[in-house]
Write a protein that binds this ligand. Structure first.
Ligand code: FPP
Length: 261
């Protein structure tokens, strides 16, 4: 009896997050949402805690938002986890974040698999602790055939570094004679970005109140709609995600052209 109950608990699907879709136009959903998850440190400070407490709470918030986005039918969610500039933070905070990343890549993997999440990454591997890179490779391998939401985690990611990385890769192809300069176009360029194969974000969300891009997806957000909130990342909820999507649905996307009247 107990054995059956345990087996049932283990094999049952993790609970879905309830999302109120009232007022949402389900035929006009963004395919790809990118999020700058800012405000963890302030959230912890406002509770008299240390900054790292905010990062822990940030993981819980991200887990909830992945489930909410999935149940809304969002195809890709890109989350800014650690930037190329975050190495400048005090060493104990950097070490904590790297541990938090490697720990969660390991302990959340089973749930990702059960939820059919496909995990991908954006960013340079060069500076990461080897354990982080190993767990990234493992998560990619274990989820590569999953057909649900694509969770694209930006780790040691910087938009400028990504562009330089692509430029160098393209220059190498030209030098090797594999590519003609005249054939370099937007599509070739995009094939050399970390986001190869993913659509550009339709909606970029930034929490924490600041109104800047912070070196995130500089190429990819050319025509993304931007939505910001003063709410700190650990307090971000599925209701706010829906609010952001509603705001997106009220925008007129012209991509530099004119809307036919
Ligand atoms: C910005 O808040 C947040 C970060 C630099 C880290 C974001 C990381 C997570 C939410 C954890 C995700 C982890 C995994 C494993 C996917 P801040 O520290 O800049 O806050 P502040 O602006 O209040 O100082």
């Amino acid at each position: 009896m107990l054995k059956t109950l345990i087996q049932k608990t283990i094999s049952s699907k993790p609970a879905k997050v309830k999302v109120n879709t009232d007022g949402l136009d389900l035929s006009n959903m963004p395919q790809h949402i990118a999020i700058i998850m800012d405000g963890n440190g302030r959230w912890a400070k406002s509770r008299g805690g240390v900054r790292t407490l905010g990062h822990k709470a940030g993981v819980d918030s991200l887990k909830t938002i992945i489930k909410a986005a999935d149940s809304l039918g969002i195809k890709v969610l890109t989350a800014y986890v650690f930037s190329t500039e975050n190495w400048r933070r005090p060493l104990p905070e950097v070490q904590f974040l790297m541990k938090l990343i490697s720990h969660n890549l390991s302990i959340q993997l089973q749930e990702m698999k059960e939820n059919n999440v496909q995990v991908r990454f954006a960013g340079s591997r060069d500076e990461n602790p080897p354990i982080v890179n190993e767990r990234m490779d493992h998560a990619i391998e274990e989820t590569k055939y999953n057909t649900g939401i694509i969770l694209n985690l930006a780790i040691n990611y910087g938009g400028q570094a990504e562009i330089l990385h692509a430029v160098k890769a393209i220059a190498r192809q030209v030098a090797d004679g594999a590519l003609n300069i005249e054939d370099i176009n937007a599509s070739v360029f995009e094939d050399n970005l970390y986001s190869k194969g993913l659509p550009a974000p339709d909606l970029l969300i930034r929490t924490g109140g600041d109104l800047r891009i912070s070196n995130f997806l500089l190429w990819q957000i050319a025509y993304s709609e931007i939505w910001t909130t003063p709410v700190l990342w650990p307090d971000f909820t599925p209701d706010l995600l829906v609010e952001a999507i509603k705001a997106y649905q009220n925008r007129e996307r012209r991509f530099g052209g004119l809307v036919q009247k």
